[in-house]
Design a protein around this ligand. Sequence first.
Ligand SMILES: Cc1cc2nc3c(=O)[nH]c(=O)nc-3n(C[C@H](O)[C@H](O)[C@H](O)COP(=O)(O)O)c2cc1C
Length: 402
Amino acid sequence: MSAEIILGVGGGIAAYKACELLRLFTESGHRVRVVPTASALRFVGAPTWAALSGQPVADDVWSDVHEVPHVRLGQHADLVVVAPTTADLLAKAAHGLADDLLTNTLLTARCPVVLAPAMHTEMWEHPATVANVATLRARGVLVVEPAVGRLTGVDTGKGRLPDPAEIFAVARRVLARGVGAPADLAGRRVVVTAGGTREPLDPVRFLGNRSSGKQGYAFARTAVARGAQVTLISANVSLPDPAGVDLVRVGTTAELREATLKAAAEADAVVMAAAPADFRPAVYAPGKIKKADDGSAPTIELVTNPDIAAELGERRRPDQVLVVFAAETGDAEANGRAKLARKRADLIVINEVGTDKVFGADTNAATVIGADGSVTPMPEQSKGDLADGVWDLVVTRLSGRP
Ligand SMILES: Cc1cc2nc3c(=O)[nH]c(=O)nc-3n(C[C@H](O)[C@H](O)[C@H](O)COP(=O)(O)O)c2cc1C
């Protein structure tokens, strides 16, 4: 689907990254009108935006006045994305100021608005900015948490613009849900686990599994696009960091357990998409295990890891929604139902797995069974669409809970 997109650009050092975001939008067939601020034009000039978008570029309300651009641009947009959003723009948007074309557009837009702030940590954490972000979120504006990393100069901290490809991924999910779709996870804290844990055997070997983390990352991205505050606990995943998540990296099942139980204590919903290793070697060999002279193979004793999903089920508050997964190779539905009861979860996402199915693929098919007896078949679809389908079921269960 081709959409009318307004790409607002604020006067931050990350303005150059918006060129990449613009390309991602245009290359996927969208019509993009870039609306930079006057400060943004000091970082990247109008010819760059005009050439890359194939559209005229203005920053004030006095060009092409006969077309009334200060009203028309916002009115006709399917999506407004501002990247980078400066502290100044957050303040103006929160208070409804309209002294240039971008701020006018923000007031006239009735479509979803995604703001990707970028600034120094001090500016981001200032009570004025915190209050402005809260005001905007309460109004349904999607303010994507900045990433942690290198800032302008030598500083490091929270305030970095997420990767353009990841801002694009959030925008795509917002567009996929349609103009009228609410940010129905706004104000909710969710925890998503992703990837597969690895249990070290010696310094060079581990016992692991084939989980790529793609489905878990899709859950995290879609939750961000629906306004949630997301903690993503990632076990050995080599995918780009999704925009707007609080990312916690873990290696083993013990680490996954600790991070998940801690984050889940505050969460409205927990989605256990990670594949924890059920067993670990009883003994870790501090040196590489060598081949025996007679060629015989070593015997490796395993012990059972803690069952994180069952612990979450035991500890969860009655108002928390717990989603678990069953990767099954046999009688998937029967095994899944038994697991749902054992873990005391609200929903179980059952998929049949095999070497050529699900792992590492961009699509997935599943059956989702609810503790209330509901059965929702989800045919083969993108992992993002499947995640949105499961979030729909989570939102239904959250509504009515505080
Ligand atoms: C080199 C440089 C880098 C800047 N980077 C940022 C930034 O990343 N985020 C921010 O909020 N402001 C940043 N500023 C300050 C803004 O440019 C300034 O607040 C300006 O008024 C923003 O205008 P605008 O919101 O209309 O784009 C920077 C200024 C300079 C000179």
